[in-house]
Ligand binder design. Structure first.
Ligand code: AGP
Length: 610
């Protein structure tokens, strides 16, 4: 997830357009911050200033504000293709330096487009997917098309998700745009117009906006806006699409949500979709490495450890591979065990957790191969791994992991299915059929959140007065329960403990007394009957019983004091679809107790000290 900005303005209407774009990018830094750049058109030439680093670092190096020009585009990057570097920072250009482009999204077919353009003699300067678009536009202009026509033909060749802003020295007052799956909004001014990934970028200049829709393409000038649908070629009635926003700048940075955590919970459908879109040949390579290993270990901390437990379960139940997930900080236990026939999977959204990095180094020292699953391209753990499979959740600002967990699990599920196919327990047709069911997950998560958010708020009123709670599950329900308990513990400061429901009789149930809250993760699996027994055990001790279960389990729902319901679904996706409910319960309980969910006490987003 990156942030893009465009500004076309009449001379003098905004004193320093480059400065205005830099300030706009700062408002979008929560969307990505590993590299940044701007491009302007001045005296018929394109000037690009860009580099790896945060906005203030690159600005102090190149002085963005000292760049003259009234047509400006800018970009703050969250790398998805091509490690963070000066060359991979946006904007990107063409061979002749007459075009500059910024992009947020993933171009799925960039490899084939790039190969074809190189064959035609185009010279590339980056590893990014984005750069193919500037060369495509250049190619069509060379064929005699006018810039806008060339831009349209180029976009027609692109597959994937994009929010694009492009300028060309041939038409210095225009900024061309195209939008599909990634957000792009026009800010309408008097003598100037903005383009941006999100409203905060231009909120101090205007509250009049047009939210662009998928497949819309067009351009802005300082006094005009043209929009059409690239598929139907219908012109859009611009005036009919103007809206007025009434957000404060602070609210706008959270897209109207009161906290980043709630925004990130709601972002999960998009994050899951982009993660699925972004998976490529690395899945096959990772699957082959796992299959080749004698033993598979999984190292992770906190929420990522719970994702590791899910992966352990997937490997056992799908391809039938034995693996061992362990909490990273316990890595020294394996100093004599790890060897060159082993494979370690290191799971870390930040890619910087020192415990997991130390576990990785131990296994590497002993000759093992390492695969990592991370959300931050080129971070410490991916850099020291033999192979990394990236989630594409975008930056996660809230300390509590939400979208990074569900996207980690999605990557694990694809990986486990691929392994099952490679070793023959799944036919290629069955693999493809299961993969296509995964594309429905974002919609299921959207429905789950829609149906259960108000219930989570309601339950928070009860839980906010509790000091203890159990989260119980069986099978895949155990890591889900563990993740739910961690969420409540870390942001609502309630002592929440998760354990396999079958374990209750072996001690924990001694704590249960009247109104003691017990939450059950009820899955449609072979364990369902047993977990009903556990519900009855708790009810017999007058516990306050809460359940998460799919539609049509009315006979179980009747036994519970409070229920959340989800659509009937493929069993293996339950960690992705059940967990958002547990995230919402934790979020609303924390808020009810008067805490800031984004900044829980004693915690940091990334633990880089042992
Ligand atoms: C989870 O909500 C916490 N923020 C924390 O447990 C986190 O999952 C853990 O520190 C691991 O972080 P990582 O995924 O970046 O390695």
């Amino acid at each position: 997830m990156c942030g893009i900005v465009g500004l076309a303005c009449l001379p003098g209407r905004i004193v320093n357009p480059a400065r205005a774009v830099r300030k706009s990018l700062e408002k979008l830094e929560y969307r990505g911050y590993d590299s940044v750049g701007i491009a302007v058109i001045f005296n018929g030439k394109i000037i690009i200033k860009k580099g790896r680093g945060k906005i203030h670092e690159v600005h102090s190096k190149f002085n963005f504000d000292g760049t003259p020009g009234n047509t400006v585009i800018g970009h703050t990057r969250w790398a998805t293709h091509g490690a963070p570097s000066d060359a991979n920072a946006h904007p990107h250009s063409d061979c002749l330096g007459t075009i500059a482009i910024v992009h947020n999204g993933i171009i799925k077919n960039f490899d084939e487009l790039k190969k074809a353009l190189i064959k035609k003699g185009h010279v590339f300067h980056s590893d990014t997917d984005t750069e193919v678009v500037s060369h495509l536009v250049e190619d069509f202009i060379r064929k005699g098309l006018k810039p806008y026509e060339a831009f349209k033909e180029a976009i027609k060749k692109v597959k994937g998700s994009y929010a694009i802003a492009l300028i060309t020295a041939y038409e210095p007052d225009k900024i061309f745009f195209a939008k599909k799956d990634s957000p792009l909004i026009i800010g309408l001014g008097d003598g100037f117009n903005f383009l941006a990934s999100d409203i905060p970028a231009f909120l101090e200049y205007t509250r009049r906006i047009i939210v662009l829709r998928d497949n819309e393409i067009g351009y802005i000038t300082p006094t005009n806006v043209v929009i059409e649908n690239i598929v139907t070629e219908e012109k859009v009635n611009v005036q009919s699409r103007v809206r007025i926003v009434n957000w404060t700048p602070e609210m706008a940075a959270k897209a109207g949500y009161p906290h980043f955590m709630l925004k990130e919970i709601h972002e999960q459908p998009r994050a899951l979709n982009e993660t699925l879109l972004g998976l490529g040949p690395e899945i096959n390579r990772a699957a082959e490495l796992i299959l080749k290993a004698d033993r598979v270990f999984i190292a992770a901390a906190g929420t990522s450890y719970h994702a590791g437990l899910v992966f352990e379960y997937y490997l056992a139940k799908l391809p039938g591979i034995m693996s061992h997930a362990f909490i990273s900080s316990e890595y020294s236990k394996y100093s004599k065990i790890a060897d060159s026939n082993d494979l370690l999977v290191a799971i870390s959204q930040s890619g910087e957790t020192i415990d997991t990095l130390m576990a990785l180094r131990l296994f590497k020292e002993n000759g093992a191969k390492v695969i990592s699953i991370s959300n931050v391209i080129d971070s410490a753990i991916p850099r020291e791994s033999d192979l990394t499979v990236y989630t594409r959740a975008g930056p996660e600002i809230g300390v509590a992991a939400t979208k990074t967990f569900t996207t980690q699990v999605l990557v694990e599920l694809v990986l486990a299915l691929k392994i099952a196919e490679l070793e023959g327990t799944l036919l290629p047709s069955e693999y493809n059929e299961k993969l296509s069911t995964l594309t429905k997950i974002p919609k299921v998560v959207e429905e789950v959140i829609l149906k259960n958010e108000a219930l989570a708020l309601q339950l928070a009123n009860t839980l906010s007065y509790k000091n203890n709670i159990y989260y119980l599950g069986r099978g895949l329900g155990v890591p889900i329960a563990k993740e739910g308990a961690l969420k409540l513990k870390e942001i609502a400061y309630i002592h929440a403990e998760a354990y396999p429901a079958g374990e209750s009789k072996h001690g924990p149930i001694a704590l249960v007394e009247k109104d003691f809250p017990v939450l059950f993760v009820v899955l449609d699996d072979e364990n369902k009957e047993s977990i009903v027994g556990n519900i009855m055990e708790m009810k017999a001790r007058n516990a306050y019983t809460i359940g998460l279960l799919t539609y049509g389990n009315d006979e179980i729902a009747e036994k519970l004091d409070f229920t959340f319901t989800l659509p009937r679904q493929e069993y293996f996706i339950s960690p992705i679809t059940y967990t958002p409910i547990l995230q919402l319960i934790a979020y609303y309980t924390a808020v009810k107790r008067g805490y800031d969910p984004d900044k829980p006490r004693n915690l940091a987003k990334t633990v880089t000290v042992e």
